[in-house]
Write a new protein. Structure first.
Length: 343
């Protein structure tokens, strides 16, 4: 039996209602891809090859022209424009392009659905405001860190896999909020589970996940967090080094995201404890499991005063990584900020 439509876009398509224009906005590549796939798969199978145009960083007017052009077979056309010039926040395209979009939206062609995919849209623009009125907006924000374990478990279930809670948490810790990396790891885990004979019946434990991730990325599900909260800088540096060995180019930013999350949580816990709050208040502030709240409540008393320095170091590391700086040194500076006393 087919799965029930989950989103407004899927419900519209299931009932045969095609929006004239769709704005997919946000940093979650997986959610954006799912929305695009829903549109493409809603086309008749024999129209998918000729009825779909994909444009990347093309001028806005090119996307409009493509949408106005009928397909050879006379069916529906879906034009997917990724980061079109003139629509992304801070982008350029000129007033002529904006006026062209406004004119298009006044009478969009009935045979086409124009899809804009952007990380950020400049919603101050008149054309974008009109787009939101005429079409459908699909918000694709990245999941929050505290939501990632549930996200991983749900995506695993779609693959016929059942993860134990520690296993889902371990995988979430390894990928941060990078949903695209999480999807790749889940695909690998599906292959591992078939080879190992595990799956929905037996469930997949944390040992299987850590074996799949390898020692450089797993090192225990919470090892880096525990080392930092415990003030064990030497252990944290060791773990950091192991995580970076043989890592791909995206790993340093994933690690930085984890370090920044730890720093933010520690700062929030330190604030709560400083006002006389206990574990329950910390749990409410962090929106986390009671066990995690207990760890942060204790750490707030020991190393909480260092959270501000750690957060500042994360900002500095972000700039260094994005300008091609040495990943090891940038991240090691953050670890040292957790350990060094405030000046």
């Amino acid at each position: 039996m087919a799965a029930a439509p989950r989103t407004p876009l899927e419900r519209d398509l299931a009932s045969g209602r095609w929006p004239p224009v769709v704005l997919i906005v946000g940093e979650d590549e997986v959610a954006a891809r799912r929305a695009i796939d829903a549109l493409v798969m809603a086309l008749p199978e024999d129209e998918r090859l000729t009825g779909v145009d994909r444009l990347s960083e093309a001028p806005l007017v090119r996307a409009l022209d493509a949408a106005r052009t009928r397909t050879l077979l006379g069916g529906r056309r879906v034009v997917v424009a990724v980061e079109p010039l003139g629509l992304a926040a801070g982008g350029s395209g000129g007033s002529d392009a904006q006026e062209a979009l406004e004119q298009y939206l006044e009478r969009p062609p009935s045979h086409a659905t124009l899809v804009f995919v952007v990380e950020k849209a400049d919603r101050r623009l008149k054309a974008v405001k009109r787009l939101e009125e005429v079409g459908l907006v699909v918000e694709c924000p990245l999941p929050k860190e505290r939501e990632m374990a549930s996200w991983v478990a749900a995506r695993a279930s779609e693959r016929g896999l059942k993860l134990t809670q520690p296993a889902a948490r371990a995988l979430a810790d390894a990928v941060g909020t990078n949903t695209a990396v999480a999807e790749r790891e889940l695909d690998k885990l599906a292959l591992v589970s078939v080879a190992a004979g595990t799956g929905a019946g037996k469930g997949i434990g944390v040992d299987t996940v850590e074996e799949m991730l390898g020692p450089g990325r797993a090192v225990g599900a919470f090892a880096l967090e525990d080392a930092l909260l415990g003030g064990d800088a030497a252990r944290a540096v060791e773990i950091l080094g192991r995580r970076l060995v043989g890592a791909d180019s995206g790993t340093p930013l994933v690690l930085l995201g984890q370090l920044a999350s730890i720093a933010r949580r520690l700062a929030a816990a330190h604030d709560v404890v400083g006002r006389g709050g206990g574990t329950d208040e910390v749990r409410e502030a962090l929106g986390c499991h009671p066990f995690t709240a207990g760890k942060y409540a204790q750490a707030a008393q020991r190393v909480g005063v260092r959270a501000g320095d750690a957060m500042a170091a994360c900002v500095a590391a972000d700039g260094r990584l994005k300008t091609g700086g040495d990943a090891w040194q940038a991240l090691a500076n953050v670890v040292q900020a957790f350990a060094l006393p405030r000046r």
